[in-house]
Design a protein around this ligand. Structure first.
Ligand code: MN
Length: 138
């Protein structure tokens, strides 16, 4: 057993996020483990850009009110205890609601041996127009 050293929180880069986003690394396995987990903290209005994950991703909401959308789908609200699975290669974004902080644990795997794809692919930012589509709180 090993109690791992606490790592410094890392600000999410502007190329991939809108607003204030911070990561706390939880785990990044050494091969043969491909397990990855971060706790991700979004300030109100903060969100990822469009992206997809080569091996998919599972989100577990721990605090606040979040939003998530798959490309072509509706914006869904997320609350503590909600689990959202995104399959490999599905484009999506996630973030905080405009009026609340949101924290989720993001869990994914690095690509299988022999797959040279990056863990995630990143695209355009979510515009204010795209982000504000949801008119009524649910
Ligand atoms: Mn994602």
């Amino acid at each position: 057993m090993e109690k791992l050293k606490k790592q410094a929180s890392v600000r999410g880069p502007e190329q991939m996020f809108t607003g204030e986003v911070y990561f706390d690394g939880i785990f990044a396995g050494q091969e043969p483990s491909r397990m990855r987990a971060n706790s991700v903290h979004f300030a109100p209005g903060a969100r990822t850009a469009w992206h997809c994950h080569t091996e998919g991703q599972t989100l577990y909401v721990t605090e606040g009110v979040g939003l998530v959308q798959a490309r072509g789908g509706e914006i869904l609200q997320m609350h503590p205890g909600d689990v959202v699975y995104t399959p490999p290669g599905e484009w999506h974004w996630h973030g905080a609601d405009p009026e609340h902080f949101m924290t989720h644990i993001a869990m994914w795997e690095s690509p299988r041996p022999g797959n040279d794809a990056p863990e995630s692919e990143w695209g355009a930012h979510i515009t204010e127009e795209e982000y504000r589509v949801r008119s009524q709180p649910s």
